[in-house]
Write a protein of this length. Structure first.
Length: 493
């Protein structure tokens, strides 16, 4: 790959030569090699733009090592056992505890022992140049990389810098919290032993998934939720059904409960709640949201606020800087790997088109607009039962001023669901826009529904009219027949 090495020193400056970092020019510099940075680089390289990628930890980012992959590796045996336990003839042989050591070992293999050789190989296959070290903007179009030995290197970008530095765990401000050595999502996904008792603080996705995993692996889990319910960004029945199942699995869920203080003595964690209750545990996980990894990336050198989420337009360009893109978690549009990778494809295409002075298709659903971020973000919560959604919930649709109707179906009425497992419990809600009779959102909760959500994503994204959906016939007897029940419920209401 052609790169242009420039030495900024003149002969008159030879005495400073040894202290000036070497400078290398690229078409594109990508800061952060998580799933999103990798995909931006893949797109710009595919179009022949020279591309540098800077990574301070491991290529593959949070998702591969401390988030999606290890968490789902922990949860998969939990969900498989729960499914098996719903089937007479099979349930008798899966009544015992999970082999936690084997589950943790399989999880370890999915993170390649937290080594990134495979991901580096993939990245190098794209033709991008990898720089290991901490990257900071040091002015417009300029990134300085400081490696582990403290040596600096300057990378300049002819066309674009893409900030893809992701997010980190947010901890509440509680006195002495650092001394407690709390778990964040990193420890919750990488722990090598099962704590006897685990307190989980938070009611979001990380809290519910990790409560489900560690309870099944043998911990006694207590979830402290400051609000009234779990998963409160989804339809209310999602949090209710997941809470019921977690409770049935043995976890304790305390809603309306905040941590007043937390200490650790002789290895034991003691939480005093705002109601004065004292709860002891061996570990405590704070699953209390995310902060952007922008505190130390030189934003101040280009007039932006360090530590802030980076606000972007639909082509992922940072407001006020035509050479700067912020893609993935760092822009706070949708903190999900698949959505960040979608943004990466859009941003990559926009960078390539602008570099060639081509026409930018920034209109809704155009090649250079991440419109789905507003209209059709899918998500699967891998708890037992799974909760899957795309688009707007009823509350979100109403808040946005859409004239909608919610259509509800009990999933146990679907033949495929009752075959899937005895006592199948689940629920579906479709949000129909009454202006054009298209679907604005769909939420499914129940065992195995995660694999169903993409059909809904297509329907929402393509704005398929209800009249046409009648011709999309689901196979009998699959859980997908919920679509028929939803259409019937809409027609007959
Ligand atoms: C426990 C957990 C489970 C999750 N499960 C799912 C799931 O099942 N499905 C899903 O879609 N999403 C899931 N997510 C969300 C998903 O992990 C993120 O949306 C995704 O990782 C974001 O990708 P990213 O590339 O934007 O950021 P990251 O994955 O955070 O990658 C950013 C990269 O930038 C690097 N970096 C940061 N600063 C610098 C710097 N100054 N210089 C050089 N490099 C730098 C970091 O080291 C890192 O490698 C989960 C999150 C958590 C916490
Ligand atoms: N399967 C998946 O798709 C998946 C899995 C895990 C995480 N993620 C993504 O990662 C992101 C982060 O997840 P998360 O669960 O950490 O964040 P979240 O924003 O989903 O949930 C945070 C929870 O912590 C609570 N909280 C915040 N501050 C608190 C405090 N001081 N005290 C008590 N409770 C507090 C909130 O009320 C909320 O219940 C999410 O946006 C999610 O999309 C996705």
């Amino acid at each position: 790959m052609a790169t242009e090495h420039t030495t900024h020193q003149t002969d008159a400056m030879t005495e400073t030569r040894s202290t000036q970092p070497e400078s290398t020019a690229y078409d594109v510099v990508v800061l952060g090699a998580g799933p999103v940075g990798e995909n931006v680089a893949d797109r710009t390289r595919a179009a022949g733009l020279t591309t540098a990628v800077v990574e301070s930890e491991v290529v593959g980012g949070e998702c591969s090592y401390w988030a999606c992959m290890p968490s789902k590796a922990l949860l998969r045996p939990v969900l498989a056992r729960a499914d098996a336990r719903r089937l007479p003839g099979l349930s008798e042989s899966v009544q015992g505890p999970l082999d936690a050591a084997a589950v943790l070992a399989r999880r370890n293999s999915f993170t390649s022992g937290w080594k990134d050789d495979g991901q580096i190989q993939w990245l190098e296959g794209t033709g991008a140049d990898l720089y290991r070290g901490h990257g900071r903007l040091t002015g417009p179009r300029t990134v300085t990389v400081t490696d582990a030995d403290g040596a600096g290197r300057v990378l300049t970008a002819r066309h674009a810098v893409a900030v893809c530095t992701g997010s980190g765990a947010r901890l509440p401000e509680l006195p002495g919290l650092a001394d407690v050595r709390p778990w964040t999502s990193r420890e919750a996904t990488s722990a090598q032993t099962v704590p006897g008792r685990l307190i989980v603080v938070g009611g979001g996705v990380v809290a519910t998934e990790m409560a489900c995993a560690w309870q099944a692996l043998g911990s006694s889990v207590t979830v402290l939720v400051r609000g009234k319910s779990l998963l409160n960004r989804m339809e209310p029945f999602a949090g209710e059904l997941v809470a019921e199942a977690l409770t049935e699995a043995g976890a304790q869920i305390r809603t309306g409960t905040s941590v007043h203080s937390v200490t650790r003595e002789n290895g034991t964690v003691l939480v005093v709640t705002d109601g004065g209750e004292r709860i002891e545990a061996d570990e405590i996980l704070f699953a209390t949201g995310r902060i952007p990894r922008t505190a130390d990336i030189g934003l101040e050198t280009i007039g932006l606020e360090p530590g802030s989420w980076l606000s972007v337009d639909d082509s992922l360009q940072v407001t006020g800087h035509d050479w700067l893109y912020a893609v993935g978690d760092v822009n706070h549009r949708a903190l999900l790997t698949h959505q960040g990778k979608y943004q990466a494809r859009i941003a990559g295409a926009a960078i390539v088109t602008r570099a060639a002075n081509g026409p930018v298709q920034a209109e809704d659903w155009g090649a250079h607009a991440a419109t789905a971020d507003h209209a059709a973000v899918p998500q699967v919560v891998f708890t037992d039962p799974e909760a899957a959604s795309v688009g707007l919930s009823l509350a979100e649709a109403e808040r946005a001023g859409h004239r909608v109707r919610a259509v509800d179906v009990d999933l146990s009425s679907v033949a495929g669901a009752s075959l899937y497992g005895d006592g199948y419990t689940g629920h579906a809600r479709m949000i129909v826009d009454l202006e054009d009779e298209t679907i604005r959102g769909l939420t499914l909760v129940g065992p195995g529904v995660g694999e169903l959500v993409h059909a809904a994503t297509i329907a929402v994204t393509a704005q398929v009219p209800i009249a046409r959906l009648w011709h999309a016939v689901p196979s009998y007897p699959t859980i997908s027949e919920v679509w028929l029940r939803l259409l019937e419920a809409y027609r007959d209401a």
